[in-house]
Write a protein that binds this ligand. Structure first.
Ligand code: FAD
Length: 294
């Protein structure tokens, strides 16, 4: 049998994990749930010298509300997010998106931060986080803490701005205004265990039927999950119930994305799906109650 790694560490404190990552920075990989990392190791000739498993670190397992921001730690599983009262109350569309990842078994071990760090353009958890204007917190033994907008953190398929000596400790976003609404929609090739052909998330404030501060995120239609500023500008200060507006916004999203043909779908089909999903999300936003988690 071929060994896929040489050393596997299971630290129980953040300090210990940071020291290990720092010492082995040239050949280390962090593992949280392992649902992406272990699959990637199945590829022929895959080898990682040192793995640091962060799943036993209690400091990373919390969902907290501080200074009007919600923080989700790097050790929080997708199942814990689905069940979190804080998430279900303030951002039910994040719970809905997370519920659509993999299967219950996957969600019981996989983390939202792992979904972000893996930087798949189709990652379902990333889209509501982009629509919520999230920030990623990175920590290293030698350089301390830094924060970065998620929109800048994702730089390409499988590529992020995380340096080798850094650990992502969490993602955070402002507690949404009481007038805020959010929506997430996904199309895949089957109903479960389903990587998105395209996915869309939109967050906005609704003031007397008028949209303010909208953020539109599209997935699986570019090298990273992406925001569409032109479409956001066209939506702001408009009535969401006017068909002309929803047509314009969904057309701008379709024009603003850069899908490719692959084994799941053609680029042309993905554009059509994006248009339909944006319309569906906008319709959801106009409903008086936020979407409950599925
Ligand atoms: C059967 C199956 C179905 C799936 N279905 C879906 C789906 O429907 N939608 C979807 O979006 N995804 C899906 N996935 C992918 C995967 O489950 C998710 O991306 C999951 O959220 C990854 O989390 P994890 O904790 O398992 O990450 P891991 O595999 O532990 O890590 C993923 C990557 O992130 C890095 N990393 C993790 N945590 C940190 C950290 N704190 N700091 C720095 N780097 C870190 C790791 O080094 C690795 O490169 C599926 C996977 C499988 C196996």
């Amino acid at each position: 049998m071929k060994y896929r790694w040489e050393k596997y560490f299971l630290p129980v404190s953040l300090k210990e994990a940071l020291e290990l990552i720092d010492v082995h920075r040239d050949h280390v990989k962090v593992i949280a749930g392992g649902t992406d990392l272990i699959v990637s190791l199945e590829k022929e000739d895959s080898f990682i010298a040192v793995i640091v498993d962060i799943s036993r670190i209690s400091e990373l397992k919390g969902i907290s509300v501080k200074k009007n921001a919600i923080n989700i730690g790097a050790g929080v599983t997708l199942s814990a997010i689905e069940q979190s009262e804080t998430v279900r109350k303030h951002v039910p569309f994040l719970a809905k998106a997370v519920h659509q990842i993999g299967s219950p078994q996957i969600r019981n071990i996989a983390t939202l931060v792992g979904n972000v760090a893996n930087a798949s353009p189709a990652a379902d958890g990333v889209l509501p986080l982009l629509a919520l204007d999230s920030t990623v917190t990175l920590l290293s033994e030698s350089r301390g803490e830094r924060k970065m907008p998620l929109s800048m953190f994702l730089i390409g398929p499988g590529k992020t701005s995380c340096n080798p000596e850094e650990l992502i400790t969490g993602v955070q976003f402002p507690v949404p205004d009481v007038r805020a609404r959010g929506s997430f929609e996904k199309v895949g090739l089957r109903k479960a265990m389903n990587i998105a052909v395209a996915n869309v998330s939109i967050a906005a404030e609704m003031v007397d039927g008028t949209v303010k501060n909208s953020r539109i995120a599209l997935g699986a239609v570019g090298p990273t999950a992406m925001r569409v500023p032109e479409a956001e500008r066209a939506l702001n200060e408009q009535s969401i119930n006017e068909e002309e507006i929803t047509d314009t916004v969904s057309d701008l999203c379709m024009q603003g994305c850069m899908p490719i043909d692959d084994l799941r779908a053609s680029a042309a089909y993905r554009k059509k799906i994006v248009r339909a999903l944006v319309k569906r999300c906008l319709k959801n936003l106009s409903s008086p109650v936020q979407e409950p988690a599925a």
